[in-house]
Design a protein around this ligand. Structure first.
Ligand SMILES: *Cc1c(COP(=O)(O)O)cnc(C)c1O
Length: 478
């Protein structure tokens, strides 16, 4: 008989049980050494806090939040090994030994030759866009990401979504909804000409589609096509480790390979990457730009000095670079990544059991509630996802994030709202921070809101900032 040492507890069905086929329980592969108390405000206080925050969860005070699922960005718990590394920070202005350790980790696990450190992901996006994108260029990608697209646009480019249609359908159970639609990509390149396409921007996993992965097969096809056309492929590697795990469990032929091996293969199909270390790499701050091309490296390394800091720190302290180098090592460990995605799956399965409409398949870093189906009575112009995020906080002190019409912003040419097909609320799980009990409190609250969904009305926007409006916009109840 198999023991839990020799099988993957998440994949092994429970033998002979009378209940529906269930999966074996697993436990977090860590124990807790330091705790940070959290506190649930009373219902009336939560309602007041939400109103004061203009019904925007970004404007809540962290202290007023009980379970914070706003984002997995910079919110992960560091290990004792990472904290120990913090004491080894070499804070020399130039040539810090922690930079060389980080460079080594990126070469070992991601495989790129050159590293340009940045303070976080958008710092890397800024430099890459300024170096590669010229006015009038076109940048295709597998669905937009907020900061990535904005930097492409600020550099004079136009973003084009070339993701497969399934990505826009929250009910499609396609296992790789992050895939690039090669016909869409070819059509765009034929139309504008390869010389106007500085690179294809490929994200893995695709945040805005629900943390959905791209397959190795698709990545290889994109890579072959782009190489034949002389177009670069730039990876948004922010959650590429999570993508590698999905390749391992969902794509035929990869189950015997380690997540680390898969990650390396995957990156080898691209020419460079931007990275927010605040996600996969288990740190609170940090990022990088990496590439193989010597000339591109030269330019990027020069520009980082202008915007971020010297090319051996890029806006990070030496200790931050050390923590990230160690975080990269830990991020590809099998038990870590299995439990990380296992926790997301645990939350998602409970919501599915309660018939709550969520994006399927369950993604890597978050559960996405489908606000269009949750609140069909609220028109998209009255912000159903923004409303649901506010209601969830008021019900249980759980903070989530809108990923719908507010996040999609306005069309820079017409000034109208972009009306995205997906109108979602994201419950994003920080890595190694919450336990399954926190997940239980969360799904119970969502299930209760769903039972009471008919009573809820939408919101009206009362303040709208010009850039990335979802961060600072304010609303009132209709
Ligand atoms: C968070 C994120 C970024 C931007 O990174 P920051 O570190 O927040 O600047 C870019 N792409 C994706 C997919 C992200 O999730």
């Amino acid at each position: 008989m198999a023991t839990t040492d020799s099988v993957d507890p998440m994949l092994e069905p429970r033998p002979g049980g009378r209940r529906m086929p269930r999966h074996r329980s697993w436990a977090e592969p860590f124990r807790i050494k330091v705790v940070e108390p959290i506190h649930l405000l009373g219902r009336a206080e939560r309602a007041r806090a939400m109103e004061e925050a203009g019904y925007n969860t970004f404007l809540l005070r962290s202290e007023d939040v009980f379970i914070d699922l706003l984002t997995d960005s910079g919110t992960s718990a560091m290990s004792d090994y990472q904290w120990a590394g913090m004491m080894l920070g070499d804070e020399a202005y130039a040539g810090s030994r922690n930079f060389y350790h980080l460079e080594d980790a990126v070469r070992t696990y991601y495989g790129y030759r050159h590293l340009v450190p940045t303070h976080q992901g958008r710092g890397a996006e800024h430099i890459l866009s300024q170096v590669l994108v010229k006015a009038g260029d076109h940048v295709p990608g597998n669905m937009y990401f907020t900061t990535t697209r904005l930097h492409q646009e600020l550099a004079g480019g136009t973003f084009h979504d070339v993701i497969v249609d399934e990505a826009h359908d929250p009910t499609s159970t396609h296992p790789f909804k992050g895939n690039v639609d090669l016909d869409k990509l070819r059509r765009l390149v034929d139309q504008v000409g390869a010389e106007r396409v500085p690179y294809v921007s490929v994200a893995a996993t695709v945040n805005m589609a629900g943390g959905q992965p791209i397959s190795m097969e698709n990545m290889r096809a994109v890579s072959e096509y782009c190489r034949s056309m002389g177009i670069r492929v730039i990876l948004d590697a922010t959650r590429a480790v999570e993508n590698a795990y999905f390749i391992k469990v969902r794509e035929p032929g990869w189950s015997e390979k380690s997540v680390a091996e898969i990650l390396l293969q995957f990156c080898s199909l691209t020419d460079g990457c931007t990275m927010s270390g605040k996600k996969d790499a288990l740190v609170n701050i940090g990022g990088w730009l990496a590439m193989n091309d010597d000339d591109l490296f030269d330019e990027a390394r020069n520009m980082v000095v202008v915007y971020e800091g010297l090319h051996t720190y890029g806006g990070m302290a030496g200790r931050d670079m050390e923590a990230m180098a160690r975080g990269i090592e830990e991020s590809v460990q099998e038990d870590h990544i299995r439990a990380r995605i296992g926790q997301v799956e645990y939350l998602g399965r409970h919501l599915v059991d309660e018939d709550v409409p969520i994006v399927l398949p369950i993604g890597g870093h978050a559960i996405f509630l489908d606000a269009k189906r949750f609140y069909p009575q609220i028109p998209q112009g009255e912000f159903p996802a923004q409303t649901l995020a506010a209601e969830l906080y008021m019900d249980s002190g759980v903070r989530s994030m809108e990923r719908g019409i507010v996040s999609a912003g306005r069309n820079p040419k017409t000034g109208d709202h972009n009306y995205p097909k997906l109108e979602l609320v994201r419950l994003t799980l920080p890595r190694r921070v919450y336990t399954q009990a926190h997940m239980d409190v969360t799904w119970e609250s969502v299930a209760e809101l769903y039972a009471k969904r008919d009573e809820v009305r939408g919101l009206r926007m009362t303040y709208e900032p010009k850039y990335l409006r979802f961060f600072q916009a304010r609303f009132e109840r209709i």
